[in-house]
Design a protein around this ligand. Structure first.
Ligand code: RUQ
Ligand code: CUA
Length: 675
């Protein structure tokens, strides 16, 4: 849908674009209102609201009329930052559709309040072998979601699963897109924190994550971080194998590659010509670790000394072979290829990258790697063909202090484009352009790639810049990470929103700005405040690729997506006592629980199997015993189990938390706990 300003003002092409003009007259009336060229009712309303012509055009380009949800051509899956969740939004409407509960308990969906399906997922995510949690504060009650990764087939999104990393604790979660629920949280061994990823390989064989701050390899020697950083700290690049039926990560088939204790930053997967490779940026090759009170420079100074840091080039297909050959060590339950082995086997190479780099993003054809150096005004564009040739001819500049061969910078660079200050992350459209965020300039720069997209004078050129407001981090173009981007729209994820929205307290919302990519110049269409968390990265997918279920087959446990053996059919109800265990099989439907009264003795173990027997989409019921902190959400067809000890006596109200019918308030019951 692309309407020029002229067409819109003339009322032409609108029907063809699928928009209904109805009573609104464009250009039908000769009189204009104020200094707008819009006429009739539209001109009048625009003038009253202080809107300019282009504002109206932008509104028409992004408005989704009531009852026409299909007009959102794409969905965004945005990280929710340290809210620990994923936000689902429509494009171009930019409306929030859903918050998917991931690392943090979320009461609306009953995530983490007693149901087996979410409690088990959350508990499993805190048990890495070799991991440590405080005994006095043992529960990881939050995560810091950063980089979502949609599953891919042949480098295109397939709408099966989405993975996201927990920057805080080095975990990865898997969300099943059949029901938009979190099915697995995996605490990756040997990772204290994470950043590099998530990305999936082009056929979702693996989901990748690497360390951010490196890991202390011997927990019992904390002070050796100060005295012996270079030897006791290590980074890890992790390839978590994905089960192709369930989407779950499988530790036994996964592996890690040990890395020097630099700070591994963003990473991306090779695709097409570079399939089988992974690329991880790093900074702090200085190996600074702060200590300003002890006379050492603060981290920001210590880590910014070198003119070049090192992009890690990992040949993971070769690493698979090294693992097969048994050249690994088991560390905390994970198969690890040691650094010296990775070097000897040719799994790991470095190429210098300028000035504290941040994003590395692989182009749709797989050949270009665009790197933004936070302290360098250029985007540096590496050619994978050049990198491969340099590896093959051993075109090394030197070996770094860990023995890793460093390829010659000049041999690997395809082009450099001066784009502006603070370049970070690159996205791609369908025409061979890259779009890079400029944090310091608060802008987006559009530049051209080289062959086969552009050649000669036209290649590697800055072609447009657009101001955004303000302090932009990531960008997302529609399917802009895939082998076939859609172009059309770009979203800038701005960290600050000064003056853009009404003041809603001292913490202001962040600002997503929607940008039209269909014209020659980028055009800002809308601002959207994000009231939940600090989104870091977003992936976008064509709406039609999502084939979510609307109701579960009766009695489905979301954890297995199969019939739960404890599900009851319509109207079934049963209570059994064995010793001090009371087990109930309960039917949940409009507008009652069956049974609705539970008699237990103080100290009993209570197990309740709940089945929502509804077959109507949206007929979700809740099951809460508030004073026991139990709050379960049961979607139509869903079966869940709650288990607890009845350790407080009294008559406890049970009720349904969703307004499910006219007699929703009547949907309640009692748990009677006697001594
Ligand atoms: S990065 S701070 Cu995605 Cu620019 Cu995490
Ligand atoms: Cu069921 Cu309200």
């Amino acid at each position: 849908m692309s309407i020029t300003r002229r067409e819109l003002l003339q009322g032409a092409a609108i029907g063809g674009a699928g928009l209904v003009v109805g009573k609104v007259a464009f250009g039908g009336d000769a009189t204009t209102t104020g200094d707008t060229a819009l006429s009739g009712d539209v001109g009048k309303i625009a003038a009253e609201r202080g809107l300019l012509d282009e504002d109206v055009i932008h509104a028409v380009k992004t408005f989704v009329a009531p009852g026409k949800p299909s007009m959102d051509s794409h969905l965004l899956f945005a990280s929710g930052g340290h809210s620990g969740q994923i936000l689902v939004m429509g494009v171009p409407s930019m409306k929030l559709m859903k918050v998917i509960a991931v690392f943090t308990p979320e009461p609306w969906q009953g995530h983490g309040y007693g149901a087996d399906s979410s409690d088990l997922v959350m508990a499993a995510g805190t048990s890495a072998e070799g991991g440590a949690v405080s005994a006095s504060r043992p529960k990881l009650g939050w995560g810091d979601t950063h980089h979502p990764a949609l599953s891919e087939t042949g480098g295109e999104y397939d709408g099966r699963w989405i993975y996201i990393n927990d920057r805080a604790n080095g975990r990865i979660a898997m969300v099943d897109l059949r029901d938009f629920k979190t099915k697995q949280i995996f605490d990756v061994p040997n990772l204290e924190t994470s950043h590099g990823g998530c990305f999936v390989t082009q056929n979702s064989d693996y989901v990748h994550i690497s360390t951010m701050q490196p890991t202390l390899t011997d927990r019992s020697k904390a002070e050796s971080l100060i005295t012996d950083y270079k030897n006791v700290m290590r980074g890890y690049s992790t390839f978590m194998a994905i089960n192709q039926t369930t989407g779950r990560m499988e530790q036994e088939r996964s592996f890690q590659i040990e890395l020097p204790p630099y700070t591994q930053d963003l990473a991306d997967s090779g695709k097409l010509v570079s399939d089988g490779y992974a690329f991880i940026n790093s900074f702090n090759t200085e190996m600074a670790f702060g200590g300003n009170m002890e006379g050492r420079p603060p981290m920001e100074v210590g880590a910014s000394k070198n003119d070049f840091d090192m992009m890690h080039i990992i040949n993971w297909k070769l690493a698979e072979q090294v693992i097969k050959d048994g050249k690994f060590e088991m560390i905390n339950g994970m198969r690890v290829i040691r650094l010296d082995v990775a070097v000897a086997e040719g799994v790991l190479h470095f190429v210098p990258e300028p000035k504290s780099p941040h994003g590395v993003d692989v182009s749709p054809d797989g050949n270009y790697l665009c790197v933004g150096g936070k302290l360098d005004p250029h985007v540096t564009i590496f050619g994978f063909d050049k990198i491969l040739a340099a590896i093959e001819s051993k075109d090394y500049e030197k070996l770094d202090e860990f023995g890793v061969p460093v390829l010659k910078f000049d041999s690997c660079v395809a082009g450099r484009v001066e784009v502006g200050l603070g370049p970070l992350h690159t996205q791609y459209d369908d025409k061979g352009y890259g779009y890079i965020s400029l944090f310091l300039d608060s802008a987006v720069a559009k530049f051209s790639l080289g062959e086969p997209y552009f050649s000669g004078e036209e290649a590697f050129k800055l072609v447009d810049t657009l101001k955004v407001n303000y302090n932009v981090g990531h960008l997302v173009a529609m399917e802009g990470d895939t082998v076939k981007p859609d172009g059309k729209y770009l979203v800038a994820l701005n960290k600050w929103s000064i003056d853009r929205f009404p003041v809603v307290g001292t913490l202001k919302p962040q600002n997503f700005q929607l940008i039209d990519l269909t014209g020659e110049k980028m055009e800002l269409l809308s601002d959207t405040p994000i009231g939940i968390g600090e989104p870091h990265y977003v992936q976008s997918i064509r709406t039609e690729r999502i084939k979510s279920w609307e109701v579960y087959p009766a009695g489905t446990n979301p954890l297995t997506m199969e019939l739960d053996p404890n599900a009851v059919a319509d109207g079934g109800q049963r209570v059994e006592r064995t010793g001090t265990t009371v087990e109930a099989w309960m039917t949940v439907m409009r507008s009652q629980f069956m049974p609705d009264t539970l008699h237990v003795t103080k100290g009993d173990k209570v197990i309740v199997h709940l089945t929502n027997v509804e077959e109507t989409p949206d007929a979700t019921h809740g099951f809460a015993i508030p004073r026991y902190n139990i709050n379960v959400s049961l979607d139509p067809g869903e079966c869940a189990t709650v288990e607890f000890i009845a350790d407080a006596e009294g008559a406890f109200a049970m009720y349904c938390t969703e307004f499910c019918s006219a007699l929703h308030l009547e949907m309640q019951g009692w748990m009677l706990v006697s001594v």
